[in-house]
Design a protein around this ligand. Structure first.
Ligand SMILES: *[C@@H]1O[C@H](CO)[C@@H](O)[C@H](O)[C@H]1NC(C)=O
Length: 228
């Protein structure tokens, strides 16, 4: 009796385990064929905006000045989709053992756009995501490396580092580095990576609350505008 029960449990577990690759294949199919129709941001256009801002400012422009210039151009290019730059809306983010600070410019179910960086500098794991991630350097530099690399990839202001879906790297940003980060894909699947270290490491629930609140407001705002 017990043995039969155990066997039927095992068969059921095996059935669900077999379903996982099928579900992933289905999600991949939607990712490639359907999600892009929901995107409003264009990674190439973002890089042009960043380069224009850097070129229009003096060589010793600060990270804040570059972010303000990029932000103004973004609001012009994507009216209604870019939130205001409120200095109180910066939040710490701990993920992949790296710590930085971010401000959310846009969030929806398929895209997010943030400024991300660190006054102090940071290093860690990029995470591996069900989204393409475009990291355009504004100030400072980013080093990144695949598991088989012996020398880092190096990204300087105006360069765009694409971390494609499913790829993972180690990365480092020296002090004062800031970037414009666009993620396009299944955004809700990225949120655990961005938030779990509150429970495993920082216990900074005030930051978690602020992050969830600001992200939630943006996603709902996007949905109300008909943007998935
Ligand atoms: C490292 O691995 C990637 C695939 O993951 C491959 O495309 C690349 O050529 C490899 N690089 C070196 C230096 O072996």
């Amino acid at each position: 009796m017990l043995c039969g029960l155990l066997r039927s449990r095992l068969i059921r577990v095996a059935f669900y385990l077999l379903l996982i690759p099928l579900i992933i294949r289905g999600l991949e199919h939607v990712f490639v064929n359907y999600l892009p129709s929901q995107f409003i941001f264009d990674s190439a256009k973002l890089q042009i905006i960043v380069k224009d801002s850097i070129n229009s400012l003096s060589i010793d422009a600060s990270a804040s000045e570059i972010m303000e210039s990029v932000h103004a151009k973004l609001q012009e290019e994507y009216p209604g989709y870019i939130s205001d730059l409120n200095p109180d809306d910066w939040v710490f983010n701990n993920a992949g053992n790296a710590m930085g600070t971010m401000i959310i410019l846009h969030a929806s179910l398929t895209e997010y756009l943030i400024f991300f960086g660190s006054s102090v500098g940071t290093e860690g794991h990029t995470g591996t995501h069900f989204a393409n991630d475009y990291f355009t350097i504004l100030y400072g530099e980013e080093l990144a490396g695949l598991p088989n690399a012996t020398k880092p990839e190096r990204y300087l202001p105006g360069d765009q580092h694409l971390l494609p879906y499913g790829v993972r790297k180690q990365y480092r940003m020296p002090e004062g580095t800031f970037a414009l980060e666009l993620a396009q894909g299944y955004i809700p699947t990225m949120l655990p990576f961005g938030m779990i270290e509150v429970l495993t490491s920082t216990f900074d629930f005030a930051t978690l609350y602020k992050t969830v609140k600001l992200t939630g407001i943006q996603i709902v705002k996007s949905l109300l505008m008909g943007k998935l």
